[in-house]
Ligand binder design. Structure first.
Ligand code: HEC
Ligand code: HEC
Ligand code: HEC
Ligand code: HEC
Ligand code: HEC
Ligand code: HEC
Ligand code: HEC
Ligand code: HEC
Length: 334
């Protein structure tokens, strides 16, 4: 063998060992945790776990979050993938999967993801080694096309029923909440998500208000004329407070109103509201836990007295009241 050919052969052997062997890691050939990827930064509660089972012949995959087992996913005979959407907590999450055959573990994998949230003081800033790893590009979708329809059709813009939407196959849990936004009820995902965006598909316009106001035109017209506009609303970060899809709270808020407001106005939840000069000295005004006389059927909250978006009245008072006293009169007969 000539020296040159020998070098080429060694090079290929080494590349093969480097590229292929570590991927198998000694366990059954090919088991891989495709999603989530290690050190992913996410900003939503739901994430997908997708495991390729290779030739492990597994009968069960057990998914754990921060050390606690949360899902047992049985593997139908011969199936090489399991797909499961799980929920994560704000902050650090260790996601573990254990591939089981006949009661014993044949392989396990672990990754960490970080759920960043503007509504958490502790976890509003991502650690520097975590980054977004968007799924929807050609590379990401390739591995799924053998079982999932990945090509859009005309019908996906306006599906007759949720099951007809391409997105439903993988994102059905997005609507599993009691309060769901109109276009999401209809699975009209593509009215907000751009199917032609690059480098990743399905991106949404930023700031959010550009998107939200494209339908909520009357709100835009109403709010821009106001004298005072609430900071986060003025910046157009609507999804700071609203989930664009659905939630367990009315108006698809990310937290119940009171909890939402005190995330940023902490001191207001700790009895700062004495409402001087009318109030009894040293007593604070209730801000939750009792019915709101001005809004039958609702409980009192920060939004009983303040508009979260905009107002012509100082302190963003609700009802556009000309004076504080007029605000009191909405609920009291002094
Ligand atoms: C071998 C076939 C197969 C492949 C390949 C496959 N899936 Fe799935 N996937 C399924 C089946 C079947 C379901 C429905 C499972 C069910 O309803 O319990 C599903 C459901 C899902 C769900 C919804 C799970 C839930 O809990 O709601 C997600 C998310 C998903 N797949 C993502 C992916 C991704 C991402 C890929 C590519 C990386 C992929 N799948 C590749 C077969 C496959
Ligand atoms: C084969 C399964 C699958 C299908 C079909 C699918 N998605 Fe996804 N999508 C995923 C996975 C996996 C992620 C990564 C985040 C996660 O863990 O859920 C994701 C993430 C996203 C994201 C966040 C950005 C990104 O690229 O990671 C958006 C937005 C999104 N999907 C929109 C859609 C829309 C809109 C549709 C329908 C037109 C759709 N998806 C269809 C599996 C799927
Ligand atoms: C494609 C049009 C469309 C877009 C874009 C849109 N919405 Fe809506 N929205 C609707 C429709 C239709 C309703 C009324 C049906 C309902 O209550 O869900 C609605 C209702 C709402 C409501 C409840 C209003 C009420 O008085 O009960 C809120 C809150 C809301 N949207 C927030 C948003 C936010 C935040 C955005 C931007 C992330 C947004 N919307 C973008 C169509 C849209
Ligand atoms: C009213 C507009 C709107 C509609 C309709 C909509 N989305 Fe979204 N979606 C958004 C916005 C805005 C974001 C980005 C949120 C952010 O930046 O915090 C988003 C983010 C996402 C994400 C990323 C992670 C997450 O869960 O927030 C996924 C996945 C997603 N959308 C899927 C869908 C699917 C599936 C549908 C159809 C059922 C849908 N969306 C319909 C506005 C919308
Ligand atoms: C993301 C943080 C954040 C959240 C959440 C938040 N605010 Fe604010 N708020 C601010 C900032 C920043 C200001 C500073 C002044 C401005 O730009 O409006 C402010 C100002 C205010 C003011 C005006 C104070 C003044 O001196 O005029 C009121 C009233 C108020 N917020 C009420 C609320 C209510 C009610 C909620 C819940 C619906 C809420 N805020 C949620 C950040 C927040
Ligand atoms: C600081 C948090 C916060 C931000 C930012 C915010 N909202 Fe809201 N929004 C709320 C709360 C709280 C309610 C419920 C108020 C209530 O209980 O009366 C609400 C209610 C709504 C409603 C229904 C009631 C109404 O006033 O018509 C719409 C529509 C709406 N928001 C759209 C938006 C849009 C669009 C944006 C961005 C331009 C936005 N919101 C930004 C907190 C917020
Ligand atoms: C019963 C009516 C009422 C309720 C409920 C209420 N506020 Fe106020 N808020 C006021 C009044 C009146 C003022 C004017 C200043 C004062 O007298 O304390 C004010 C002032 C404020 C200010 C600006 C003044 C400052 O000291 O920074 C903020 C911010 C604020 N409120 C936030 C909130 C939040 C957050 C909640 C819910 C935890 C809430 N408010 C609940 C009536 C109310
Ligand atoms: C959105 C309705 C609402 C508004 C606006 C409102 N209040 Fe109240 N207020 C209540 C409710 C409800 C209670 C509790 C009544 C009870 O305990 O029976 C209360 C209680 C009080 C109390 C008794 C507190 C205690 O602990 O004994 C005082 C004083 C008071 N309010 C003053 C004011 C003043 C001053 C204003 C105007 C700055 C005002 N309220 C605005 C709803 C409101």
């Amino acid at each position: 063998m000539t020296k040159g050919l020998y070098r080429v052969a060694v090079f290929f052997c080494l590349s093969y060992i480097l590229a292929v062997v570590p991927a198998y890691g000694g366990g059954p050939q090919g088991v891989a945790l495709l999603y989530p990827q290690d050190k992913s930064l996410v900003e939503a509660k739901l994430i997908s776990v997708v495991v390729y089972l290779g030739d492990s012949d597994a009968d069960m995959v057990i998914i754990a979050r921060n050390g606690r087992e949360i899902e047992n996913v049985p593997v139908p005979k011969g199936q090489k993938y399991i797909c499961k959407v799980i929920t994560i907590d704000v902050g650090h999450n260790e996601i573990g999967v254990r591939v089981v055959k006949g009661g014993s573990t044949v392989e396990s994998k672990q990754v960490s993801v970080f759920f960043r949230s503007d509504l958490s003081k502790k976890f509003a800033i991502k650690p520097s080694d975590y980054n977004k790893k968007p799924f929807h590009n050609e590379d990401g979708e390739k591995a799924c096309a053998s079982c999932h329809r990945m090509e859009l059709t005309e019908k996906d813009s306006k599906p007759d029923k949720p099951e007809d939407s391409l997105c439903y196959q993988c994102h059905k849990r997005i609507t599993s909440y009691p309060f769901i936004h109109g276009p999401v009820v209809k699975w009209a995902c593509l009215t907000c998500h751009n199917k032609d965006s690059r480098p990743f598909k399905y991106m949404t316009p930023k700031p959010d208000k550009d998107l939200c106001f494209s339908c909520h035109k009357e709100k835009k017209a109403e709010w821009v004329t106001k004298k005072y506009i609430h900071g986060p609303t003025a910046r157009g970060t609507c999804t700071l407070c609203h989930n664009p899809h659905a939630s367990e709270h009315p108006y698809w808020l990310k937290k119940a109103t009171w909890n939402l407001c005190v995330t940023c106005h902490e001191e207001m939840g700790k009895g700062k509201h004495m409402l001087k000069p009318f109030a009894i000295p040293n007593k604070t005004h209730p801000t939750r836990g009792i019915p709101d006389p001005s809004r039958p059927g609702k409980m009192i909250s920060c939004a009983s007295c303040h508009n979260p978006h905009a107002s012509n009245a100082k302190f963003l008072f609700a009802y556009e009241v000309p004076t504080i006293y007029d605000l009191c009169k909405k609920c009291h007969k002094f």
